[in-house]
Design a protein around this ligand. Structure first.
Ligand code: SF4
Length: 462
């Protein structure tokens, strides 16, 4: 899937995904494995529900006090010499990052994993301006080599198996084909080592900024985040405006829930805490934080949808979602797939930007059930569906149909007349169901009885 699939094409993309034949794609088994692993770990905590409720409350507290917590962060960062940049939108965020890279005379930006950098389109922007973005998370590195976007929030290469990676490495990095995972990891490590050692500027995605201490916390399993944030002289932390926690105790709880929900681990292998420029011989000389708004402050004022900002990007709702399990992440387009994506994308950008997104769900509730911070995603999908219908261009044929339906159902006489007409019309398709465009493509339209129950009832009475 190439970059930049517009969210508006979601229906077509899903149809294409469902119709493609061949081997079951890897995301079908990978989502199941991840969801099972999460259930196993959740079961280890007898008080899992209590911790989950506490985590939701602490995330909500942070959202309710965002300005105050940012004030505390600014004070810590000012004392430690961290340089803070505010970016109201993607264009300004990209400009700021490009400016930092150019000012240091660098031609590459070494990157840790960051979905926000996908959201702002940073890689394309840097490449257009002569800077090479280098992904260092293995999954991100693989999808970057393929010219793709991630298909999952925490497992970017969820749609690939090891033979895909083996072919890719042999084609792009040279050498013999192998699909042995440790050998593939060694090949990637060799290719990236030189980049780690020579990069002047690194960038990490900030999972949480801790208001009580000023720490920038980054969660990884591969150690690349630690290398990216310690080897280059200049390090940039890229964070969304909402990614703030009040205390280290909150961070500890969210970190464990994130790991358990994402991959079924008790904790991730690394939790990197960046404090500011290093006073010693190793570590960065300069630390920048770029705080991106991109609709988040406005969303935090939206009483119907603001709870979605509690999201800690664990990806568990993707693994649990029957739609995602069938089509994978790419048909959603944009940055965020699955249940969180179909809410967050229109919530951040407006219902008109992704009008089909809130409809890509069976409303089964599995996403809310698995979410470690109890975001009521199905309820929000319904709210967004209503907004999407309201924002649709006029005249809207669906609106007209429902208006007629209301008129017909509001009067017995009109109802009986309509039923009679429908019975007459079905005679045009003898022995089979009446085709109703857009409806009978995916549903049955049972034939009307020759004589309605009402008439039979009256005959029986007589
Ligand atoms: S909505 Fe919940 S389950 Fe989905 S990614 Fe966010 S925190 Fe995880």
């Amino acid at each position: 899937m190439p970059h930049g699939t517009a969210p508006k094409q979601l229906k077509d993309e899903i149809d294409a995904g469902l119709q493609s034949r061949g081997e079951p794609p890897p995301f079908k088994t990978n989502t199941r494995k991840a969801a099972n692993a999460r259930d196993g770990r959740a079961g280890e905590w007898p008080d899992f529900e209590r911790r989950r409720a506490h985590a939701a409350a602490r995330r909500q507290y942070a959202l309710d006090h965002l300005d105050e917590l940012h004030e505390r962060l600014r004070e810590h960062w000012r004392r430690r010499g961290v340089i803070v940049h505010h970016a109201p939108n993607s264009a300004i965020a990209n400009d700021i990052i490009l400016g930092i890279v150019r000012d240091r005379g660098a031609r590459t930006l070494l990157k840790g994993k960051s979905m926000l950098s996908e959201e702002i389109g940073l890689n394309d922007y840097l490449a257009r301006h002569g800077v090479e973005p280098v992904e260092t998370d293995l999954g991100e590195y693989i999808v970057q080599l393929r010219g793709e976007t991630p298909s999952h929030i925490t497992m970017p290469g969820m749609h690939l198996d090891r033979t895909d990676v083996g072919r890719l490495f042999s084609e792009k990095l040279g050498g013999e084909y192998t699909d042995d995972p440790p050998a593939l990891t060694r090949i990637a490590r060799r290719a990236l080592r030189e980049k780690f050692l020579t990069a002047k500027v690194g960038m990490v995605g900030v999972n949480f900024a801790v208001a009580g201490t000023g720490h920038l916390a980054t969660v990884t399993n591969e150690g690349n985040g630690r290398l990216v944030s310690t080897l280059p002289d200049t390090v940039i932390g890229l964070m969304g405006y909402e990614r703030v926690t009040e205390s280290l105790a909150d961070l500890a709880l969210l970190w464990q829930l994130l790991a358990r929900s994402a991959t079924g681990q008790r904790a991730t292998v690394y939790l990197n805490m960046l404090h500011g420029p290093s006073p010693g011989p190793s570590g960065p000389r300069e630390v920048h934080v770029v705080i991106v708004d991109n609709g988040r402050r406005r969303l935090n004022d939206d009483p119907e949808l603001r709870e979605v900002l509690r999201c800690i990007r664990c990806g568990a709702c993707l693994n649990a979602c029957p739609v995602y399990q069938q089509v994978g992440g790419h048909p959603y387009g944009g940055t965020y797939p699955g249940p969180i994506g179909i809410v967050l994308t229109p919530a951040l950008k407006g219902a008109g930007h992704a009008p089909d997104h809130p409809f890509a769900s069976s409303l089964c509730g599995a996403c809310e059930e698995i979410c470690p911070v109890s975001i009521p995603l199905p309820e929000m999908m319904l709210k967004l569906r209503a907004r999407s219908v309201d924002e649709r261009a006029k005249p809207d044929p669906e609106r007209a149909v429902w208006r007629v339906f209301r008129e017909v159902m509001g009067s017995r006489r009109r109802y009986e007349l309509a039923a009679k007409l429908a019975r007459g019309a079905q005679a045009l398709w003898p022995g089979r169901e009446m085709p109703i465009p857009g409806w009978t493509d995916h549903r049955d339209a049972p034939r009307f009885a020759k004589k309605p129950f009402r008439d039979l009832f009256h005959e029986d009475e007589r």
